[in-house]
Design a protein around this ligand. Structure first.
Ligand code: ZN
Length: 183
């Protein structure tokens, strides 16, 4: 972390900031700690269970918090994910969906890649009949700088397997849209 802190000091100084003040003396260390937290994923155990009840309808875990960092500006994007699947022989504990999203989110990336990555991880670990992921997020690189389009949300989706079929797709997307509706 020493190299990162001295690089953060150099960055702030080269931007013309005076960091030799009581208020900002610790800022390089805090910047590094904040990025470290944003970029370090939790350990996630994606152990699955046999689907002994034979549940074969849609499971939707809605409004999972998403915090990630855009790879173009290293600025945060923040929002929610709705993750659904149609079980086959295995099921996954419901809390694991939030842990998986958190794990995938903790790296610099695009929202598109985050969305497909969550879907692909579920296909790999769970081998369900279908998977759907919708992510809605506000990108601070767009709301705080550039076009300063505050309140603009970007929506991405990834559908796999039988959730690509017209009826299942419509059910999943309309449920996800209801969950995501804001006043
Ligand atoms: Zn960006």
């Amino acid at each position: 972390m020493v190299a990162a802190e001295s690089a953060a000091s150099d960055l702030l100084r080269s931007l013309g900031l005076d960091i030799d003040t009581d208020e900002m003396a610790e800022t390089p260390r805090r910047m590094v700690a904040a990025y470290h937290e944003l970029l370090t994923g939790p350990d996630v155990d994606l152990t699955t269970f046999p689907n002994t009840e034979g549940y074969d309808e849609l499971v939707l875990v809605a409004n999972i918090p998403v915090r990630s960092v855009c790879e173009h500006h290293m600025l945060p994007f923040v929002g929610v994910a709705h993750v659904g699947y149609l079980p086959d022989e295995r099921i996954l504990g419901l809390s694991k969906f939030a842990r998986l999203v958190e794990l995938v989110a903790r790296r610099p990336q695009t929202q598109e890649r985050l969305t497909t990555h969550v879907a692909d991880q579920l296909i790999t670990h769970l081998q369900p009949r279908g998977v759907g992921v919708v992510v809605e997020a506000e990108h601070t690189c767009m709301s705080l700088r550039g076009v300063r389009a505050q309140g603009t949300r970007t929506v991405t989706s990834a559908l796999r397997g039988t959730l690509r079929d017209a009826a299942a797709r419509a059910e999943f997307l309309s449920l996800a849209r209801e969950q995501g509706a804001r006043p």
